[in-house]
Design a protein around this ligand. Structure first.
Ligand code: ADP
Ligand code: GLC
Length: 468
């Protein structure tokens, strides 16, 4: 079976968040099930790609509202990736350093999707399934079903994976002329409450739709940033498949980004060495329990509550250290930076994106905070488990599906509300657990053995492909 994944992110080529981790690892694990996967993504002018050897395989052109853009498709199969990646370069449209944050986002997404289909069509390529990830590529199912230009692809089944329904890619009807020509009787398929809504169009037109955890699927039927009615009515084709993690990349035994490698057998000395390295670099005392936070500093992650939680906790007790790695909302970034001055020996943060540092935190921290308001799946908690770092999570989405509270016979610390009180209370529970070193060490070992690999979920995706 041949599958084409279409995405704007793919680790290690270009990553903003978990979408990249999933698109970068799922194809690798699908090959265990007789599936040959390919990824097609934009070519970015970033430092990773600048150093790589890529081969030009095709040139073509697309039209966006009367303006013609030349595109070039490159093929890329480096040693650190076991599947082929196709990179689409579109000059003056996609040739940016970063993935998101440009004013012409709609043009970028539509231009990319047109180029993907033009390339498939002109090269006569066949895929058994086109697998679209998030709203950036979720117009493809509509294009191949309803645009005469791509009629030859109309029988290709499509899967749409919703990694995060908060982002839907809406734009005004005025911009409909960016799309390929379609029978106007079908305009309703594009519309959702007066806007063109690519995610909604994908849900309506894809053969199958899934999201990245069973609990998030159920939550979306009740609350999906306006799409709940649609997801309920399309529930027959809607599935929840829990993400897995790439256990080759996220492995404390071999991880090249941490100070000392370790396994279950020497977790105590291993984590101690990593904690010491992290604490030394950031002026913290390694004897105290260390709480980490890694993530986008946005409302969905409850990052707006972090500063108050940290201040309240550290004013009450100095029995802990906290380290934050993240970037996002400027106001939240400023709040975090302010805390650095206020609690010099107990709090530190790195505002920015740093993949290496994230690995050191997973390895060196004792607890990982994830109080998310919305968490479709969440990968951080699964990485932290593998590195023997106890997750503190809000019971929502994928966090609910992957972390069980110690009080319920599990291994994590869970709370229900995204409130300062609930999060602070959980931190208090963690401090108490840390004092009971015997129980703490037992859980540390237990969580490192939990299997969150792709093995089961990669097969669920393959079964989904087979069903269509
Ligand atoms: P989301 O995709 O919603 O941001 P996930 O938990 O699925 O959340 O995945 C986040 C991914 O991004 C993880 O691999 C995490 O380690 C990484 N990450 C987030 N913020 C940073 C950062 N500032 N520096 C390095 N890695 C980060
Ligand atoms: C999104 C979600 C996150 C999920 C990731 C990968 O970014 O916010 O919860 O883990 O996609 O599916």
């Amino acid at each position: 079976m041949k599958i084409l994944h279409t995405s704007f992110e793919c680790h290690p080529i270009a990553k903003v968040g978990g979408l990249a981790d999933v698109v970068g690892s799922l194809p690798k694990y699908q090959s265990n099930f007789d599936v040959e996967s390919f990824v097609v993504m934009p070519f970015y002018e970033n430092s990773y790609l600048k150093k790589k050897k890529i081969v030009e395989i095709k040139k073509g052109a697309i039209d966006l509202n009367g303006i013609s853009y030349q595109y070039v498709v490159y093929k890329f199969k480096p040693k650190d990736i076991s599947y082929s990646v196709y990179l689409i370069q579109i000059k003056d449209l996609l040739d940016t350093e970063n993935v998101y944050g440009y004013i012409n986002e709609t043009q970028r997404y539509i231009g990319f999707q047109k180029a993907v289909l033009d390339w498939i069509k002109s090269e006569d390529l066949t895929f058994d399934v086109i697998h679209c990830h998030d709203h950036h590529t979720s117009l493809i199912p509509f294009f191949i079903k309803h645009c005469s230009e791509y009629k030859c692809l109309e029988n290709t089944p499509t899967v749409l994976t919703i990694h995060n329904a908060q982002y839907q890619g809406q734009f005004a009807h005025d911009s409909l002329n960016l799309l390929p020509q379609f029978d106007f009787n079908n305009v309703g398929l594009l519309d959702w409450y007066g806007s063109v809504n690519p995610l909604a169009a994908g849900i309506k037109c894809a053969t199958k739709v899934n999201t990245v955890s069973p609990s998030y699927m159920e939550e979306l039927k009740k609350n999906a940033a306006g799409l709940e009615g649609l997801l309920s009515s399309e529930s027959d084709k809607f599935h929840g498949i829990l993400n897995g993690i790439d256990t080759a990349v996220w492995n404390p035994e071999t991880d090249g980004s941490i100070s000392k490698n370790y396994r279950v057998g020497n977790v105590i000395s291993g984590k101690k060495a990593n904690k010491t390295a992290l604490c030394k670099k950031y002026g913290l005392d390694p004897e105290l329990p260390l709480f980490g936070f890694i993530g986008r500093l946005v409302y969905e992650k409850s990052a707006d509550l972090l500063a108050d939680v940290i201040r309240e906790t550290l004013l009450k007790t100095k029995e802990l250290n906290i380290f934050v790695l993240g970037s996002g909302n400027e106001e939240i970034e400023a709040q975090i930076l302010e805390l650095k001055e206020e609690f010099k020996e107990h709090f530190n943060a790195y505002i920015g994106y740093d993949e290496e540092l994230s690995h050191l935190i997973y390895a060196g921290a004792d607890f990982l905070l994830m109080p998310s308001r919305v968490e479709p799946c969440g990968l951080n908690q699964m990485y932290s488990l593998r590195y023997g770092t106890i997750p503190i999570v809000r019971r929502t989405g994928g966090l609910k599906d992957t972390v069980v509270d110690i009080g319920d016979g599990g291994f994590g610390i869970c709370h229900n509300q995204a409130t300062i009180w609930d999060i602070s209370y959980s931190i208090g529970r963690a401090i108490e657990l840390f004092k009971d070193q015997k129980s703490f060490r037992k859980i540390q070992k237990q969580i490192m053995k939990i299997d969150n690999s792709w093995d089961k979920s990669a097969k669920e995706y393959v079964d989904l492909y087979k069903s269509i």
